[in-house]
Design a binder for this molecule. Structure first.
Ligand SMILES: NC(=O)c1ccc[n+]([C@@H]2O[C@H](COP(=O)([O-])OP(=O)(O)OC[C@H]3O[C@@H](n4cnc5c(N)ncnc54)[C@H](O)[C@@H]3O)[C@@H](O)[C@H]2O)c1
Length: 325
């Protein structure tokens, strides 16, 4: 039985705790959190030193605020422990480069929780697109809206810590679109002026993919009506769309008629991603999200933030350091 240690026992740490408990071959052994009261809730061994937890465990899960990911990931990699880290991988490209170097040196396994790939509706859209159900994709519109997230010390309200709605929320859809359409060529983005309206954030971005696809993205932390996500992809053979308010069905509209596809499966995406991570660790199976993918999503998200800052279109570099991962 492989022992799992969880670093950070807030919203996502607790979710992953529940998921690891359901996966065969692993057991949650201990927890480290700067707030020991939170760690107590786990009912497992509480560590006062994260390095001790890393030493005692075989697998590490990092679910702390984004600006602290790098430290914990590096400490786990140095001990050659496989890591499941929440998205985004880390806060900056420089941090990602440090992680990549350490992964290479220690031959470590790191998987990042880009959970949208594990939602059945999104996986079904990806499959439908790969199967050519809309012909050649041309335009995508994608939306993710929620209330401002609650968290310890309101750390999401610090752009230095969270990266704001682009790095924290829009990155889900950026990753999904990269999964569907490949590399991004350039990005242009706008957001509301940070800090002037505390506990609110909203951003729009346009991505141009190398394949020619253009995607419009909207991400909101100013939505009072509850969570909502939507996807629409138009191609020369039809249109596919999904709305989280109607989660049971996936509608595919072909040029020559309509097809309704029911999606009867309601598996928990978080459990699915943790199971795939454990299989990657134990059986060497390749997960659907690689470290390279996570780095790409990070780079594009940070380029969108740079576009907001400079009010210019940002071109993504042709090659990047993560291609071997
Ligand atoms: N995949 C998703 O859908 C999803 C959703 C929400 C958040 N996230 C990501 O998960 C990560 C955690 O977010 P959350 O919503 O769980 O936040 P949270 O505030 O609920 O939990 C963070 C936990 O880490 C602890 N912590 C804070 N600083 C720490 C430090 N330096 N060392 C150790 N522990 C520390 C806090 O006490 C808290 O218990 C973030 O990277 C966030 O972007 C992902």
């Amino acid at each position: 039985m492989q022992k799992v240690g969880i670093i950070g026992f807030g919203k996502m740490g607790r979710k992953h705790f529940e998921s690891f408990k359901r996966v065969p071959g692993v057991v949650v052994y201990g927890v480290f959190d700067v707030d020991p009261k939170k760690a107590k809730e786990a009912g497992v061994r509480i560590y006062e030193e994260h390095k001790e937890l890393i030493k005692d465990c075989d697998i590490i899960c990092v679910a702390t605020p984004t600006d602290t990911h790098k430290k914990y990931i590096l400490d786990a990699i140095t001990e050659r422990k496989p890591v499941f880290a929440e998205k985004p991988l880390c806060r900056t490209v420089e941090e990602a480069d440090e992680i990549l170097k350490a992964v290479k040196k220690n031959k470590a396994k790191v998987m990042v929780g880009h959970v949208v790939r594990y939602f059945n509706q999104y996986a079904a859209i990806k499959k439908a697109l790969d199967d050519g159900c809309v012909g050649k994709p041309a335009i995508a519109r994608i939306t993710r809206c929620s209330r401002f997230p609650k968290a310890s010390n309101n750390w999401f309200n610090s752009r230095e810590k969270s990266g704001g709605v682009i790095l924290d929320l829009m990155i889900h859809d950026i990753d999904f679109l990269i999964w569907c359409f490949g590399n991004v060529e350039r990005v242009y983005a706008k957001d509301i002026s940070w800090g002037k309206v505390p506990n609110r954030d909203y951003a729009l971005a346009v991505l141009r993919f190398k394949s020619g696809v253009i995607a419009h993205l909207e991400a909101s932390w100013a939505h009072t009506g509850g969570f909502r996500a939507r996807v629409e992809v138009a191609g020369n053979g039809g249109l596919i769309n999904y709305d989280s308010r109607h989660p049971a069905s996936l509608k595919v509209e072909h040029c020559d008629g309509d097809i309704m596809r029911e999606n009867p499966v309601d598996e928990n995406a978080n459990q699915l991603e943790i199971r795939e991570f454990v299989e990657y660790v134990l059986n060497n199976t390749v997960p659907r999200i690689t470290l390279h993918d996570a780095c790409q999503a990070l780079r594009v998200s940070l380029a969108a933030i740079e576009s907001v800052r400079t009010r210019t279109v940002i071109k993504l570099k042709e090659s990047c350091n993560s291609e071997d991962f």
